[in-house]
Design a protein around this ligand. Structure first.
Ligand SMILES: *[C@@H]1O[C@H](CO)[C@@H](O)[C@H](O)[C@H]1NC(C)=O
Ligand SMILES: *[C@@H]1O[C@H](CO)[C@@H](O)[C@H](O)[C@H]1NC(C)=O
Ligand SMILES: *[C@@H]1O[C@H](CO)[C@@H](O)[C@H](O)[C@H]1NC(C)=O
Ligand SMILES: *[C@@H]1O[C@H](CO)[C@@H](O)[C@H](O)[C@H]1NC(C)=O
Ligand SMILES: [Zn+2]
Length: 197
């Protein structure tokens, strides 16, 4: 059933999109749709396309699988990032909920706060949930791949991008062992480990 829906969506997308460049771009739940607060300020990514994609899990908030719960998760992250961390906005460029829905964070053009030293040259994508022991749903994984490909097609991400887990650039459990092992099998994963240095 899910697969049929997905196939139908992709077919519609191809039918109504004359510009092939956006053919694989997944639908994105906009900031307005999840009732985001305004960013305190924002900085445009200085140089496009960016050479890195950095994968995260949220750990908390936990897994969500309804739009209501995932939108609430986005708002709770934004509140935490703005109020407690004193960041200008939710840290990530995009997040992915349990049904495979993409939620807009800072989007393609704005520098995130998710991976020190990489923020201004990467797109940070978070999987909502704790993926230390369990994998994200198949829908989440498929959507993440198409979102990454979409970045390349719209020239936001370099065709030679390197795919990294957060723990490869900073000492952290994020994105969780299970999810890190999964992305190690994806195209463009790079074995860089900056926590060594
Ligand atoms: C949705 O997530 C909740 C909380 O993790 C879980 O109890 C429930 O079984 C999930 N439902 C589906 C359809 O995946
Ligand atoms: C990105 O930020 C770093 C500081 O974290 C800075 O040294 C570097 O010049 C910036 N890169 C670009 C392309 O602006
Ligand atoms: C991306 O860049 C390529 C090569 O410069 C160009 O042909 C294409 O139209 C650009 N795509 C978009 C969506 O801007
Ligand atoms: C990177 O290297 C450190 C030190 O050897 C190690 O503890 C850590 O697990 C490595 N990180 C990854 C993501 O492989
Ligand atoms: Zn992270």
């Amino acid at each position: 059933m899910k697969l049929l829906q997905l196939t139908a969506q992709i077919t519609l997308c191809l039918l109504f999109t004359s510009n092939r460049a956006t053919a694989t771009c997944p639908q994105v739940v906009s900031r307005a749709d999840w009732d985001a607060r305004a960013p305190v300020s924002s900085q445009t990514i200085p140089s496009l396309p960016v050479p890195y994609v950095v994968i995260h899990h949220t750990y908390l908030p936990g897994f969500c699988n309804t739009s209501q719960a995932c939108e609430a998760a986005m708002r709770s992250m934004q509140n935490y990032h703005q109020n407690t961390q004193k960041w200008t906005d939710i840290g990530y460029n995009f997040c992915i909920g349990g049904t495979g829905q993409v939620y807009e964070g800072r989007g393609w053009d704005i520098v995130g706060t998710h991976a020190p030293n990489y923020n201004n040259r990467s797109i940070g994508i978070c999987f909502i949930g704790d993926f230390r022991a369990e994998l994200p749903t198949l829908e989440m994984l498929a959507t993440a791949k198409s979102l990454i490909e979409c970045g390349v097609e719209r020239n936001s991400t370099s065709p030679d991008y390197k795919l990294l887990g957060h723990s490869q650039v900073r000492s952290t459990e994020c994105p969780g062992t299970a999810l890190l092992n999964e992305i190690k099998t994806w195209p463009h994963w790079d074995s860089l480990n900056k926590t060594n240095t």
